[in-house]
Ligand binder design. Structure first.
Ligand SMILES: [Zn+2]
Length: 200
């Protein structure tokens, strides 16, 4: 794969290609100017101005649920140096809720070298996306050495276990078995309150 400078993005589908290349489905050269509102927002995600980038992520993921945002969000997650960009990208992935971003979030959450604020955002995002891989990773992260990350991982697990969309009885019991000490008591009592006992 070339460096970022060699590549451009198709304004329609956001796939990366050498500058000027044309994807048959879009029939526009990669590096053609953005035309529609979502296309302009997709460009703004990678803007140097992090405030504008943050607003673009917000609108694209929370309001428009734009799946093409995945490509710029993943690129943002590779940015070095500024923890805010990692947080922004993880949050956007969580709001978008697409399981394609789970491997990226898993890597971020489990990397002890990454800024803890970004790892916390990754845990929260995995909690809102849900699914088996997210659950396994959160479960692993709750045993990690940094308390703030471990605590968020536990909260995130509870969040998606309480959320009917991703509810899985078997994995849920497996997690509860492993959540230790008083946290497990707190978690159980809050779940009992939110879900009638008979439905378990
Ligand atoms: Zn395209």
């Amino acid at each position: 794969m070339g460096t970022r400078a060699d590549l451009a993005f198709c304004p329609g589908c956001r796939r990366a290609a050498p500058r000027g290349a044309i994807y048959p489905d879009c029939r526009r050269p990669c590096d053609a100017p953005a035309e529609t509102y979502p296309e302009r927002l997709l460009e703004t995600v990678l803007s140097q101005d992090t405030t504008r980038a943050g607003m673009a992520v917000d609108v694209l993921t929370k309001r428009l649920h734009e799946p093409r945002a995945i490509v710029p969000l993943i690129m943002m997650s590779h940015s070095q140096g500024d923890p805010y960009l990692l947080v922004l990208s993880a949050r956007g992935m969580g709001w978008l809720g697409d399981t394609q971003t789970v491997p990226v979030l898993v890597e971020l959450l489990l990397d002890e070298e990454k800024p803890f604020v970004a790892r916390i955002a990754a845990a929260e995002a995995l909690g809102s996306i849900g699914g088996g891989e997210a659950l396994q990773t959160l479960n692993r992260a709750q045993r990690g050495p940094r308390p703030s990350v471990a605590k968020t991982a536990i909260k995130a697990m509870m969040q998606f276990q309480c959320d009917g969309r991703h509810y899985e009885r078997r994995s849920f019991s497996a997690v509860l078995d492993r959540v230790s000490g008083c946290l497990s008591r707190i978690a159980c009592s809050s779940l009992m309150r939110s879900r009638p006992l008979a439905s378990w």
